[in-house]
Design a protein around this ligand. Structure first.
Ligand SMILES: [Zn+2]
Length: 209
């Protein structure tokens, strides 16, 4: 039995909580599409289908925000305390804005600082990181020139194993990340200036015209 608690029930449930909050709170200027895609492990099938048959014109999409595995924590007493690839108690990998957009990077840093002030780990916010491209659901969007922003707490020993169970997740940390992503999405959707890519997309990214 593969319950996939961290990969990726943690991201899917955060998406649900954010959608719920977005529905009940003040509406930002821009619309927000919430996606739960399948087939990611098989080859980003769901996301590839979305950008191939988008419900809105792709040029109208200002950014793609990806939440993939946010339940691990290299905290004392946690099952991930030895997991070199997992982030610390109040830390999350932020992937994309450092490579793609000084404008959006500044907005995210300010939003985070003025809110829960998580530590944004940038170890994978590099053009040569497979977590930047092409390993995650951000890939198909980036290939079409859309700004991508990814949040994850990283890989651990239970990755793609039957042991990926909910009892091992750090629920408090997951909540803090979900709240931060909510705030980030809200700020991007409501910003007067359109979020944009203002740095060059690395040549390693396949491009679709
Ligand atoms: Zn996976």
């Amino acid at each position: 039995m593969y319950n996939s608690a961290d990969d990726n029930a943690s991201g899917s449930s955060a998406n649900l909580a954010i959608a719920e909050r977005m529905m009940t709170g003040p509406r930002p200027k821009r619309s927000v599409i919430f996606i739960w895609d399948s087939g990611e492990e098989r080859g980003l099938w769901g996301t590839r289908y979305f950008v191939h048959r988008p419900p809105v014109p792709l040029e109208k999409i200002v950014a793609h925000v990806n939440i993939d595995m946010i339940g691990a924590s290299r905290a004392p007493g946690s099952p991930d305390v030895e997991a070199a690839g997992a982030t610390g108690p109040n830390e999350v990998y932020l992937i994309g804005p450092g490579v793609l957009s000084a404008q959006t990077d500044a907005l995210l840093e300010r939003t985070n600082r003025e809110y829960l002030n998580l530590r944004f780990n940038r170890d994978h916010d590099r053009a040569d990181s497979e977590f930047f491209y092409p390993r995650t659901d951000a890939g198909p969007f980036l290939e079409r020139g859309i700004l991508t922003i990814g949040f994850t707490t990283g890989i651990h020993a239970r990755y793609h194993a039957p042991s990926d169970e909910a009892r091992h997740l750090d629920a408090k940390k997951m909540e803090a990340i979900a709240r931060t992503v909510f705030m980030v999405v809200w700020m991007l959707a409501d910003s007067t200036e359109r979020p944009r890519i203002d740095r060059s997309i690395p040549p390693t990214v396949l491009r679709y015209q």
